[in-house]
Design a protein around this ligand. Structure first.
Ligand code: PEP
Length: 247
């Protein structure tokens, strides 16, 4: 079913062990009414987060999955194990995965395929680096990343896209609402070209230094259907303020 409530999602990255995860949900309380609320805890904290989030309305996703079903991939997490542990979504191609761990567009597409096969709703991140933006390559980069992901994203539109300019992630630099609107319009065009009417079911989130103080104006930007929050998702009070900005 098409769910186009504003999406407020938090990526904890490599922060919050099982105990901190449980405390976070204790403090946050119930969420997920007017907004769809999602948290991506690190894999080891996922079962604790699933347990603590039960009944709160918050959905839980895994931050990364391996493209293979199982096997000799020491240290990796399979999509099936994430699903079994209670995740219902998978973040794929986060800029840290692409730029720190060298994930390619092809790997992102393969991970999307695996996540979908195991019943996880993919949230695919795309975004340009500062050099790419300065070189006027915004459109080319987003186009390449979204087209690659669309080769395996489900045809029924059951997925989310996050536009996260790499220069705005964890830097305190935020895209202006106009920057976000421009990129979102481009992505929306590509989705519509590829999926026709079904594209209307897909939410496109903005991510990059979203905070309680700027969430409302970013959420109000044209074509911004929600946010993906890193640093400001770690404290329940900050995350609550961002949820409130959407509701
Ligand atoms: C992120 O990790 O997806 C992110 C946007 O981080 P931050 O909000 O800290 O910039």
């Amino acid at each position: 079913m098409m769910d186009r409530r504003p999406v407020i999602s938090g990526n904890w990255k490599m922060n919050h062990g099982p105990e901190a995860a449980a405390s976070f949900f204790g403090e946050l309380g119930s969420a997920g009414g007017a907004a769809r609320v999602i948290i991506f805890p690190p894999a080891l904290s996922l079962p604790a987060a699933v347990e603590a989030a039960r009944g709160t309305g918050v959905e839980i996703g895994v931050q990364n999955v391996h493209a293979e079903v199982s096997g000799a991939f020491t240290g990796e997490n399979s999509a099936a194990a994430a699903r079994e542990a209670g995740a219902t979504l998978a973040l794929i191609g986060h800029s840290e995965r692409r730029h720190v761990f060298g994930e390619t567009d092809d790997q992102v597409a393969a991970k999307v395929a695996r996540a979908v096969a195991e019943g996880l709703e993919p949230v695919v991140c795309v975004g340009e680096t500062l050099d790419e933006r300065k070189a006027g390559r915004l459109e080319e980069v987003l186009d390449r990343q979204i087209r690659a992901a669309l080769t395996t994203l489900p045809s029924d539109g059951a997925f989310l896209i996050a536009y996260e300019p790499v220069w705005a992630i964890g830097t305190g630099e935020t895209a202006t609402p106009d920057d976000a609107a421009e990129a979102h319009a481009l992505l929306r065009d590509r989705l519509t070209e590829a999926r026709g009417e079904v594209a209307a079911a897909v939410s496109i989130l903005y991510g990059g230094s979203v905070k309680p103080g700027n969430a409302a104006e970013l959420l109000a930007a044209d074509g911004v259907d929600g946010v993906l929050v890193g640093g400001a998702s770690l404290r329940a009070s900050d995350f609550r303020a961002i949820i409130d900005a959407a509701e």
